[in-house]
Design a protein around this ligand. Structure first.
Ligand SMILES: Cc1cc2nc3c(=O)[nH]c(=O)nc-3n(C[C@H](O)[C@H](O)[C@H](O)COP(=O)(O)OP(=O)(O)OC[C@H]3O[C@@H](n4cnc5c(N)ncnc54)[C@H](O)[C@@H]3O)c2cc1C
Length: 424
């Protein structure tokens, strides 16, 4: 029995063994013969999305005979080994003069694990990380290595897979020419100002994050990440009444900003500014749980009001909330799927909680009920309490996804955790 836990240590996986195949042949053997099997990334999810009662497969030692990151500058794509962390991929891409359009708040997560759960950053025009996927190589239950190219009809269903289709070994990502970003933080944006100017605030930079503890003062910190060249006007001392921070800030009150990417308007490479946290530091707090709910952005202001109404029950357990926007995409199980959310994309309400699972799970139903009128859907990798069979009712292509999972994995060996209940 191997004990393996989530990064937050809030859940011990039920898997009875963890395998680290070094070749595709070895991976094929495991996938064909294990009674139940599931890929595990860097374990940064906070729930049992990655769980199995059988064998966990981790790709950190897999050598498929190719370079871990292969850039095709003519096609503007990069083929990357699925088990690499975004931080490692982004360093290689930047060295080749290319970049990704978006990154999550942390660069520590694996590419395959992040895209499988529709992990996202922030930005009105920035879609989630899965939307940059132009192809997948995936080992299915028969040990066959399938290639799903950009035009393959299964690709829109197979990218946000929740690990249910097989083990992804490589991911083809669309890239853009490398660019620089500068990051500025503003302190103290009033609730009334935000309500009157929500669209302007989220459009004020390439990527905008609003951090709040739901106090009467409003948003505590506005993080603006601006691609250099989009607007090179110097950052003003004040933004809608919020004052520019004069020293680097951590999103969590009172925590040293050493773990954060450079702020104060200093331009730097995209991969050293888009994530909030540095690859060589612990992201966020380390002692925490996370939840997030994404809903059509047209409901943003009403949903903020609903959350303010719950401040007395949220605040005692809360480290910080982050509000951010994500552009719509066409991926069937993406939280920003355009058919579910509308063409304007989604707004996410993220909660970094104290590591108090039972207390958090007691408060979450109140948040879920308050956000239900706005068609909110939980982040696949974070803590939620709503029955997942109800959640999938808000995904118009769920029936197609289930059919895809049945076709790729007829015996259901790749199911586990809540994904088993969802597909079962
Ligand atoms: C500190 C912190 C900050 C975070 N910030 C953000 C953020 O800014 N934005 C956001 O959206 N999320 C964020 N998250 C959540 C995180 O991005 C997701 O939970 C993501 O899935 C983690 O990737 P992972 O590699 O750890 O995946 P895991 O948790 O290991 O696995 C997640 C899923 O991916 C599947 N999977 C993994 N590898 C493969 C593979 N090779 N083939 C097929 N399926 C695979 C697993 O089976 C599982 O279903 C954060 C989490 C933490 C801990």
């Amino acid at each position: 029995m191997t004990e393996s836990r989530t990064w937050a240590r809030n859940l011990a996986y039920a898997a009875h063994e963890v395998r680290h195949p070094q070749t595709l042949a070895e991976l094929s053997d495991v996938v064909r013969t294990a009674p139940r099997v599931r890929a595990l990334g860097t374990r940064h999810s906070f729930n049992d999305v990655a769980d199995t009662t059988g064998t966990h497969v981790v790709l950190d030692r897999l050598d498929d005979g190719r370079a871990p990151v292969e850039v095709d500058r003519a096609a503007m794509t990069a083929s990357v080994a699925a088990g690499l962390r975004y931080g490692e991929v982004s360093l290689a891409l930047h060295a080749e003069g290319v970049a990704l359009g978006a990154m999550a708040s942390l660069p520590h997560i694996s590419v395959a694990g992040a895209v499988a759960t529709a992990t996202h950053g922030s930005g009105d025009a920035e879609a989630n990380l899965a939307a940059a996927v132009a192809g997948l190589e995936i080992m299915t239950d028969d040990g066959e290595h399938r290639l799903l190219g950009r035009d393959h009809p299964d690709l829109p269903g197979a990218v946000v897979s929740l690990g249910a289709l097989g083990v992804v070994t490589r991911v083809l990502l669309d890239v853009v020419p490398t660019y620089a970003v500068r990051q500025n933080v503003y302190l103290g944006l009033g609730w009334d100002t935000l309500a009157a100017s929500f669209d302007a605030v989220t459009a004020s930079a390439t990527s905008v994050s609003l951090f709040t503890r739901w106090g009467d003062g409003g948003v505590d910190q506005v993080w603006q990440k601006q691609a250099v060249g989009r607007s090179d006007a110097p950052a003003p001392e004040e933004y809608l009444g919020a004052r520019a921070a004069v020293s680097a800030m951590h999103p969590l009150p009172g925590v040293d900003a050493a773990a954060c990417t450079a702020q104060l308007g200093v331009p730097g490479p995209w991969n050293e500014r888009l994530p909030h946290f540095r690859l060589d530091h612990t992201p966020s707090n380390g002692e925490e749980l996370q939840s997030e709910f994404l809903l059509p952005r047209r409901h943003a202001v009403a949903a903020i009001e609903a959350m303010r109404g719950l401040a007395p029950v949220i605040r005692p357990l809360l480290q910080v909330t982050e509000i951010r926007t994500v552009a719509a995409d066409r991926l069937w199980m993406s939280t920003a799927n355009a058919d579910a959310a509308g063409a304007d994309g989604v707004v996410g309400f993220h909660f970094t909680w104290n590591p108090a699972q039972a207390e958090v799970e007691a408060v979450l139903p109140r948040i879920e009920r308050a956000l239900a009128p706005f068609d909110a859907r939980p982040h696949w990798g974070k803590v939620f309490t709503e029955d997942v069979r109800d959640v999938v009712g808000r995904y118009p292509r769920f029936g197609d996804f289930r059919a895809l999972a049945e076709r790729y994995d007829p015996a259901g060996r790749f199911r586990g955790g809540y994904v088993e209940a969802m597909l079962g």
